[in-house]
Design a protein around this ligand. Sequence first.
Ligand SMILES: NC(=O)c1ccc[n+]([C@@H]2O[C@H](COP(=O)([O-])OP(=O)(O)OC[C@H]3O[C@@H](n4cnc5c(N)ncnc54)[C@H](O)[C@@H]3O)[C@@H](O)[C@H]2O)c1
Length: 250
Amino acid sequence: MEKRLNGKVALVTGSGGLIGPAVVRRLAAEGAAVAVTDLSLESAEKLAAGITAAGGRAFAAALDVTNPEGIASVFEAAERALGPLDILVNNAGLLRKQSAPLQQTPVETMKAIIDVNLIGTMLCCREAVGGMIARGYGKIINLASIAGVSGLPGWADYAASKGGVITFSQTLAMEAGKHGVTVNCVSPGMICGPQVQENQGTWLGRSGVPEDIASMIAYLAAPEGDYITGCNYLVDGGRVVGPRNAAWIQ
Ligand SMILES: NC(=O)c1ccc[n+]([C@@H]2O[C@H](COP(=O)([O-])OP(=O)(O)OC[C@H]3O[C@@H](n4cnc5c(N)ncnc54)[C@H](O)[C@@H]3O)[C@@H](O)[C@H]2O)c1
């Protein structure tokens, strides 16, 4: 694989889920040193060990993105271990397993989802962007969702949190652009598992895989993405383009 990120240092949040490991492995495969973080230290350590075993540089830490003090100390430790951050991927996210109409959604659940998805993203950006601005270089990539563009009945809190991530990212792109820092969102559609699955809800007739998201993130982090900021890339097999399966559509 082409090493477009040689010499760069990246930090990824929420690395332990479905998409995170593919993102971490892709950034490392492209030459970046990666700070692997998640609520679960065990999963972060396992991923980081895989990178170092393959000859790369990695650092692992437990990180709860809702905790500002924890963020400060983990980011500092990551920079001490690997060097100043060039790339931040805010991947940590929370989604309720069961859908529920708004009137049946517990207030505490709504707050927890906004707290992780929106405030957590803002806190990590806040921690990283000062140093990036001072050094005149940085790439921030925030995981939003197609739900943040089109809404998602039964998951209003999640959709609102991701819509917030998109407009927050646009705003930070405006604030930080003149200092050489780009801020973009990647909005996955249905990423259903490690394997491709047939899915007639997308125009490509399949669901996405974590690598589909990782390759867009790597593109934005690489020099190819240098002139892109304030954008939200939908990686969704065309799901949001328009309706499918209507009787009158060929
Ligand atoms: N999978 C999809 O189809 C899909 C679609 C749209 C958007 N997304 C977004 O992409 C990102 C990754 O999705 P995924 O499918 O891998 O999710 P996932 O649920 O599999 O993994 C999420 C990860 O975030 C971590 N996390 C949760 N709360 C955290 C906290 N407070 N602090 C730090 N880490 C925390 C979890 O430990 C987990 O490892 C999320 O932001 C998600 O909202 C995913």
